[in-house]
Design a protein. Structure first.
Ligand code: A2P
Length: 340
């Protein structure tokens, strides 16, 4: 489908996801008329490259969005809460990567492989939300199974890369590793504990029910995307010393029986999924292989022998690409092709 050339802004262009956003727009050969890069006062005058051109970063302000058709936000929840309504009021459609708008009933929460139809609801607030990175890769893998046999319950444990926290966290892992290798005391600036050579069962804030916000996002967002409040999800989200690529151990109970072979066939044909499952040759999804790509890799598919209709799988994707930038650019592309 041909897309009209549009004016695009990236809010948070200097961050880990914002940088990736530029790369994804370029790879996508996105039909851009004018590209505006926005960040905080700290980045005023900074320059970034797009398609061989050098663009100056501007300071994000309330009137930054006049004449902009699509604004992709990745500058944290507070910034989205404050500035997305300004952009929307100026007629710009916001694709927001933060958690600020995800559960708003008037804001569609979209993964293009799963619920592209929901994009049409953007008109309610002129805002579309990109789900949490851990949710995106999980629902991309599970949707074909959900359609085929229904899913009663999901038990998921995540192994999440530090890039999800932003550039500062990448620096912290590298610095702490360097310090430890040189017998120096590492500093904890971003996380409450050392992340180098460690695993932290703590992502985002703790809630009164003992879960973290990240864990509850996996429940609430999955229900919203599948449009099914009957599905049970229990999550344990863990930060691990990996820079790019989230891994997930996913256990599901389906409504109807599916064999491991049935699931492998579904995964081989699923949009956005790559089946990586050849244990005889030690082949299974790895963060280092998924990083840099847009596919959600699925492997280690096997029957859960402890229940009647259970499957276990290992799901890996690049959290900055499919978990954030790629998903947002896919949504923006559909907007440019079908709605603007
Ligand atoms: P800046 O680099 O000027 O601070 P990351 O997730 O990698 O930490 O990146 C966050 C992104 O969000 C950066 O581009 C950052 O800009 C931007 N950002 C954070 N707070 C604001 C704000 N109040 N106004 C505009 N941009 C912001």
């Amino acid at each position: 489908m041909s897309a009209k050339k549009v004016n695009v802004a990236i809010a948070g262009a200097t961050g880990a996801v914002g940088n990736q956003m530029l790369e994804c727009l370029e790879e996508n050969d996105f039909p851009i008329n004018n590209l505006k890069l926005l960040a905080s006062e700290k980045s005023r005058g900074k320059r970034l490259e797009y398609k061989g051109e050098t663009l100056k970063v501007e300071v994000l302000e309330e009137d930054s969005f006049k004449g902009v058709d699509i604004a992709i936000f990745s500058a944290g929840g507070g910034t989205s809460k404050k500035f997305a309504p300004c952009a929307a009021a100026d007629g710009c459609i916001v694709v927001d990567n933060s958690s600020a708008w995800r559960m708003d009933p008037d804001v569609p929460l979209v993964v293009p492989e799963v619920n592209p139809h929901a994009i049409a609801d953007y008109t309610k607030k002129n805002i579309i939300a990109n789900p949490n990175c851990s949710t995106i890769q999980m629902v991309v893998a599970l949707f074909p199974i959900y359609k085929k046999s229904g899913i009663k319950r999901i038990v998921v444990s995540t192994y999440q890369a530090v890039s999800g926290t932003g550039k500062k966290a990448i620096d912290e892992l590298v610095e702490q590793t360097r310090s430890l290798m040189n017998f120096r005391e590492p500093e904890n600036l971003v996380y409450p504990h050392r992340i180098a050579f460690n695993c932290l069962p703590h992502i985002d804030d703790f809630l009164d029910n003992g879960y973290t916000k990240e864990e509850m996002k996996m429940l609430n967002e999955t229900r919203k995307i599948f449009e099914d409040d009957s599905i049970g999800v229990t999550a344990t989200t863990v930060r691990v010393p990996v820079i790019y690529g989230h891994s997930e151990s996913v256990n599901i109970e389906t409504k109807e029986f599916l064999s491991a072979e049935d699931v492998k066939k579904l995964m081989a044909e699923a949009p956005g999924v790559e089946l990586v499952d050849d244990i005889a040759n030690n082949v299974y999804p790895l963060a280092i292989d998924a990083a840099g790509g847009d596919l959600t890799q699925v492997g280690r598919i096997r029957q859960d022998e402890s229940i009647e209709n259970g499957i276990n799988m290992w799901v890996v994707a690049d959290n900055i690409r499919k978990g954030a930038a790629t998903n947002a650019v896919q949504i923006a592309r559909i907007l440019a092709e079908e709605y603007i």
